[in-house]
Design a protein around this ligand. Structure first.
Ligand SMILES: NCc1[nH]cc(CCC(=O)O)c1CC(=O)O
Length: 309
């Protein structure tokens, strides 16, 4: 029996997701043995800097992709949200399992609801997407950067550094922690999720046909279509991590409805568009084109120019 080496980051969430996925493959009768190999990525080591300033998403996947090329591992389970929009030649997404809750969870001391937070309350997030949308609802709040794994962030809030934090509902639910800690879930409309939030991405070598055939059996076409629309939008916007960007798609019958969001970092300029259609890729492109036409491109160019200055 072929032994499949599965690459995983070392965080509790990454290992939980990896083991969950291996169980899905086993349940579907995949004729493999499995071994998990932990990989510490640059994103896991650099904890003291704002993520968007040091290279963004790629930080969590580069070493894992190298391990795939080097055949040290056969596949890796990533949070779709951490995947760059474009994969290197030779690697492919072999499976997208059914998505779990895509929303952001709001977690506060004494379970004070988001809109009931006192003026000037300190909210921890390191996501420009989250802070931009929160400030639209509550311009009086103070956003303070926070890094670390889910449990580190929860502890930092309990220790009093923050009045509240936001975390992806998906991560909390996968860990089985949502019941205990979540104060409320932000609505999709108020806080449009990150592209791919709540979905997993199984990455493997494009030529590994034996593995690809087994991965296909546990893939979810509905989630795949939604993620296709979102990631097309992301790559078309060429947003990088410096610009608040959100994208969320939902299947409606045989169509997919995508909302794209781009804002200036101070949230003074906000661009938002929803388009529905049968072809996920086309919908992703249409939303990007519509936002660019409204002026989102200028916002992105301005941020890039400031970065280079
Ligand atoms: N940026 C880190 C990250 N990548 C994926 C998740 C959680 C789960 C998911 O969206 O699949 C998280 C933590 C968070 O944002 O709270």
């Amino acid at each position: 029996m072929r032994k499949i080496i599965v690459g995983s980051r070392r965080s509790k969430l990454a290992l939980t997701q990896t083991n969950w996925f291996i169980d899905q493959l086993k349940a579907a009768g995949a004729p493999f043995e499995f071994e998990v190999k932990e990989i510490v990525t640059k994103g896991d080591k650099i904890l003291d800097v704002m993520l968007s300033k040091v290279g963004g998403k790629g930080l969590f996947v580069k070493e894992i992709q190298q391990a795939l090329f080097d055949k040290e591992i056969d596949f890796a389970v990533h949070s779709m949200k951490d995947m760059p929009a474009v994969l290197p030649e030779g690697l492919t997404i072999g499976c997208i399992p059914p998505r779990v809750d895509p929303r952001d969870a709001f977690i506060s001391k004494d379970h004070i609801k988001f809109m009931d937070l006192p003026v000037g309350a300190v909210v921890g997030t390191s996501s420009l997407r989250r802070s931009s949308q929160l400030l639209l609802l509550r311009p009086d709040l103070e956003i303070k950067w926070i890094r670390g794994n889910i449990d580190t962030r929860l502890k930092k809030m309990q220790d009093g550094e923050y009045d509240a934090i936001l975390l992806a509902a998906a991560g909390l639910k996968r860990m089985g922690w949502s019941e205990d800690v979540v104060t409320e879930y932000m609505s999709i409309e108020d806080c449009i999720p990150a592209v791919g939030q709540g979905a997993l991405s199984i990455e493997c070598r494009s030529e590994d046909e034996e593995l690809l055939a087994e991965l296909a059996k546990v893939s979810d076409p509905k989630t795949w279509k939604e993620v296709d629309a979102e990631r097309t939008f992301l790559s078309e916007m060429d947003g990088s991590c410096q610009v608040p960007i959100a994208g969320f798609a939902e299947s409606v019958g045989d169509e997919v409805e995508l909302t794209g969001y781009i804002a200036s970092p101070d949230a003074k300029q906000v661009f938002k568009k929803t388009i529905r259609g049968k072809d996920a890729i086309a919908v992703g492109k249409e939303v990007a084109t519509a936002l660019q036409a409204e002026g989102a491109s200028e916002v992105i160019e301005k941020v890039k120019a400031e970065m280079d200055a």
